[in-house]
Design a protein around this ligand. Structure first.
Ligand SMILES: O=C(O)CCC(=O)C(=O)O
Ligand SMILES: [Fe+2]
Length: 338
């Protein structure tokens, strides 16, 4: 008993982030570092109540234009479903034996890594798990089966995300003047990407995620009580505050295209903390891979010509390496499935 406890403790102590100094591989170049970490929480960050009797279409449109981001509260997703999902993911990231699984073969359909590097070869200060989610009943068998409840809990979470994302897409569509149901057949809750960002001895040198935009229609992030997410607003980084039962919604590149630039896909990143652990679950609501994405016809006219070229989503993903180092791996899973 005692030996077993010591073994687990030793394994935990030897995890990559239990260090006194930041290892060289995790130190970003001067220009990529977070620079000023002392930025305030933005108190004008849009928080939208979805339980209001009148649907908040205007507020969603305004937030999507001005911030490219908003938080939704009273969204109808049961708290238990959210907490269960967060807990099972925390359990996954905490499994000492996960290190033994190591770098999971891509063909299995999920990718776990604790040292995903950026284009310059510097590692992000995070662990990440990614897998496809659509069609749910086919993908579920390809997900991690440890912890034992993982598949059931995450499937229940994704069904709720599906409902909520369609509601949000419908309001965005209506706000843009698109026909009802515009996004129904062309969007899917396609990818889950969950993150565990442990405390870091020197947050001025590291990043949890480098500045990026999402290749989605919209992305929904559940972060519980965590902080660390920052967005670029008018050239300055601002912190997204924690509202424990909210979802953060952001406009992805593909929505920017559909809206012909009316809605904005905004740079965001995650900074690390000396004392806090951040856990987050990002779900990407993306176009179906075969879908051709271009500005919606009703938004293009003589005075407002198309600002974007039409491109099949599959091609976009491939050309832009949209899922980072794992783009090809994820595309291979798609090929295996179809
Ligand atoms: O909220 C986070 O931890 C970052 C998620 C994110 O930006 C992404 O996965 O694209
Ligand atoms: Fe993102």
């Amino acid at each position: 008993m005692c030996d077993h406890y010591m073994e687990i403790k030793e394994e935990k102590d030897s995890r990559w982030f239990n260090v006194e100094y930041v290892p060289q591989d995790y130190i970003f170049s001067q220009e990529d570092r977070p620079q000023n970490l002392d930025v305030p929480v933005c108190d004008s960050f849009p928080v939208i109540d979805l339980a209001k009797p009148i649907r908040p279409i205007e507020a969603i449109l305004k937030a999507s234009q001005e911030f490219g981001f908003f938080q939704v509260i009273n969204h109808g997703v049961p708290e238990k479903t959210m907490i269960d999902a967060m807990n099972v993911l925390k359990e996954f990231f905490n499994m000492p034996s996960k290190e033994a699984i190591g770098y999971v073969p891509h063909a299995k359909g999920w990718i776990y890594t604790n040292n995903d590097h950026t284009k310059d070869g510097v590692y992000l200060w995070r662990e990440n798990l990614k897998h496809l989610c659509h069609p749910l009943e086919e993908c579920i068998q390809l997900w991690p089966d440890k912890p034992a409840r993982y598949q059931d809990i995450i499937a229940a979470y994704l069904l709720e995300i599906q409902k909520l994302s369609l509601r949000i897409l419908e309001m965005i569509g209506e706000g843009l003047g698109l026909e009802p149901g515009y996004f129904n057949d062309i969007s899917e809750v396609q990818l889950l990407s969950s993150n565990f960002y442990p405390p870091c001895p020197d947050p001025s040198l590291t990043l949890g995620i480098l500045a990026h935009q999402d290749p989605s229609f919209i992305t929904l992030v559940y972060q519980g009580d965590s902080t660390g997410l920052q967005i670029l607003k008018d050239g300055r980084w601002i912190n997204v505050g924690a509202i424990s039962d909210a979802f953060i919604v952001n406009i992805g590149n593909q929505m920017e295209v559909i809206s012909n630039g009316k809605l904005r896909s905004i740079d965001h990143r995650v900074v690390t903390s000396t004392h806090e652990t951040r856990s987050s679950i990002a779900t990407f609501v993306n176009p179906s891979f075969d879908c051709v994405i271009e500005p919606a016809k009703v938004l293009v006219n003589e005075s407002e010509p198309s600002h974007y070229k039409a491109i099949q989503y599959k091609e976009y993903v491939h050309h832009n390496n949209a899922f980072g180092d794992y783009t090809v791996a994820l595309q291979n899973v798609i090929k295996l499935e179809s």
